[in-house]
Design a protein around this ligand. Sequence first.
Ligand code: SF4
Length: 691
Amino acid sequence: MSEVRSTCPYCGVGCGVILTPDGEGLSVRGDPDHPANRGRLCSKGSALAETVGAEGRLLAPRIGGHETDWDTALDRVADRFAATIAEHGPDSVAFYASGQMLTEDYYVANKFMKGFVGTANIDTNSRLCMASTVAGHKRAFGTDTVPGTYEDLDQADLVVLVGSNLAWCHPVLHQRVLAAKAARGTKIIVVDPRRTATCDGADLHLPLHIGSDVALFNALLREIAETGAFDPGYVDRVDGLEAALAAARTDSLEPTGLAPDLVDRFFRLWIGTDKVVTVFSQGVNQSSSGTDKVNAILNCHLATGRIGKPGQGPLSVTGQPNAMGGREVGGLSNTLACHLDIEVPAHRAAVAEFWDAPRLASAPGLKAVEMFRAVASGRIKALWIMHTNPAATLPEADAVRAAIAACDFTVVSDITADTDTARLADVLLPAAAWAEKDGTVTNSDRTISRQRAALAGPGRARPDWWHVAQVARRMGHKAAFDYDGPAEIFREHAALSGIAGGFGRDFDISALADLSDGAYADLAPTRWPVAAKRGGRFFADGRSFHADGRMRMVPVTWRAPAAKHEPRFPFRLNTGRVRDHWHTMTRTGRSARLSAHLAEPFVEIHPCDAARLGIAADTLVDLSAPTGRAILRATVTDAVQPGTLFAPMHWTGETAPSGRIDALVAGATDPVSGQPESKASVCAARPFAAA
Ligand code: SF4
């Protein structure tokens, strides 16, 4: 086979890759023509070839741990879902999806659950990634519209990275920012409680206290007001300025713990630079005040008119390769396809008519944390989990694992049977892996890219959309799920977006609804909207997607993280990613090169705390929280602040205690977005003593 252009399946940068099949393996290089990376790749992307192959793969469907054929497995899933719905109603079943799924997979799963099962109990691990940004965008702009693009990073004079370790989590974007610094002197400010690798290339690091971002950006808004830095032409088109400012004036800088001179330098750079891009990621989103943090940032850009122009604006970067595609298809339990609103009757009616759906869900469903609590309580009796490992990665992971184990019926679609979650499944369905399947993904700047198969799937692995369509057909929905491939699904998705455009919404790719199979196969990276009704860049005209077309500044005030310190649990626990691993390492764990970077789970602890507790570097630390326990090796470093700890989220474990840090993360969520607070739990630490 000749070269195949595809997309890296890890982070939301969405780098183009060129795959050259070589027997059962591949060689991989960066695609010089892809607009996201122009040939660059990070360590994970460069090692993709080391993660393919049949070793460790789930090769055939399994029921109760025994291999079976596809028909038997699919019949079992359809029968159990149908029986559960018949006895307990549609809200007794749930689907937990993933930002790893391709847009076509995501679309079919949402159509099945929301349109044909009749429940919105379909949520996604992207709830843990960017739900707060979705909610913040909707409050400000009326829709979940990402205003910025990657080119803005090339054109900015100041890039502010908030809650984002871009150097490790979105490395190619970080390379773009560093290239802009070299080429035009772009200044870089990092706002992060930890001193991360991203700080190495920065001009200024603001090590604020965990969870205090709203206090910082409210202070910036006050400074904008006091220095007369408003853009009068723009704020005329914005509602809520006075209310947002009044709220900001009730806040103080004290929660940030930042030195005044650092804050002054931040203010002077931000206010004194027209071309400012504020990049934000999980440190903003994964918070019980995540939506308010997003709006605090957006407020500053709206107040100064620094949005909708080259090199200016807020830019959220998504963690996962297709978190954005999931947003497009309504992958969250409180959204509907194509950025339509599940709570607006006219939107529901339009989607129901388009799908010819017999029972479109009429209300939002359960969000991720709520969903697994409903599994634990027995309210959810049948559960389908696709390409994600909630037994290891959701907050309160021990309770989630127990809930899945006790669920009446659990289906898992995945590439391996060897995850904490897959081991609990009643039925396992073998999925095609990234290099074996066709479809599209959308990256953080709205660019749709093709993922193309370069290898045949091993054993009986099949694509995810096929798993869902086959079950839907067995449940009586033959016509609606009679797809012959991803091109047909994509055309339907694109056509539906034309309806969304008819409601004055942002997401419109209806110009792609008539793509031939060949044109779909050849589709070059394409940023939406494709049929731009407003022309050019979002918000260049200062008009939003609210019914009155006006932008909204949202009044927000600082709130402390939900988990309160108590003498038994004196540490604030921050979690995140390392440079060379991805999620629970089902792929990156196969690369010795990647695993060599950081070989085992660890906890970062400040030298003062380590000395006080008698914890020596590289010794084991026993961490405990109200929800669970973990044993990790100590990295003693002043990169973390006294009283705080940092641990990565990648390592799993069959038996507690282990390196499975999400067992310690509390299930507190943002009241607007439902996103869990993964970076501010409380815990205790002491030297590990073997029993
Ligand atoms: Fe893949 Fe992200 Fe690295 Fe690009 S930056 S190669 S998308 S992991």
